[in-house]
Design a protein around this ligand. Sequence first.
Ligand code: GLN
Length: 332
Amino acid sequence: MKKLLISLTIILSIIAHFSFANDDYQPILNQAYQKYKSDNKGKVASYIPSLAKYSPQLYGIVLATADGKIYTVGNTQAKFPLESLSKIFALSLSLKQDGPNEILDKIGADATGLPFNSVTAVEQSTNHIGNALVNAGAMATVSLIKADNGNNKWDLIMNNLNDYADSKLEINQDVYQSEMATNQHNQAIAKLLQSYGHFYGDTNEAVDLYTRECSVDVSTVELAKMGAVLANSGKSPFNNKQLLDSKLVPYLLAEMTTAGMYDTSGTWLYLVGLPAKSGVSGGIVAIAPGKFAVAVYSPPLDNSGNSVRGQETIRYIANQTNSNIFITKDKP
Ligand code: GLN
């Protein structure tokens, strides 16, 4: 009986091994790359002057699985600033410190239906913030992060980004200086929030720290590894650190689902069905919970500030891998 059980276990683990080996995402990534590599729709962001220097040709795709396998194609080592992608990791810190109720109360989780830097949204949404992934909510989130002083707060933010990326990331000084010199609009949003009593610290400090986190450079490989933490219930499959309690991950993914792609998050959800986040530098990361994260880098953006090829590529991959979270039938 014991022998039978042992042989059964061996057979089952062989089957499990081969069925996992079937999850070879490389051909799908290659197909997506071939399909979209000549697509030149969209425009590289220029409202932050130093972002305009990036080549529209850059294109990289990386899929990182929840158990730590990586598939790549294209310019996957080219560095680019996180920009709005940084917002999800600041929210992760805040969720860890304050819990979901305080985040819902102080930051919110509702779509604004307006551009990511909308002042109208601050005036008109019920809590004046909307959610953690528009500029208003992201700066308020930074103001909410608890630390003894600004330097310690920055260390918390940066160490958290490093842990997620399983790497030693650096600020892109050129982008940081360029955005600091031109971020009056964000300063105004922070002051407006403060006037409504929805800012939780010094506005100058929070805008500075927010701009710094937006200027941290990553490669597409690093971005996919960051996403894999969220695909793996908050634990990095690369350094085994539990960076967000698994019970808190759904709150973060919910914010990404509501607002990760700004005012076109609804269309994205309708077409792709995966929580995702974009940044104006041209990166997008999407999460297939329990399976993988897929990151794409391609600087040309649509009118909402989302990478055109990034969206097309992830839509193709989500479709080919049957990963839409709303599909319950015929899942592999
Ligand atoms: N740092 C940028 C800003 O505040 C981030 C915006 C974005 O990526 N959508 O405008």
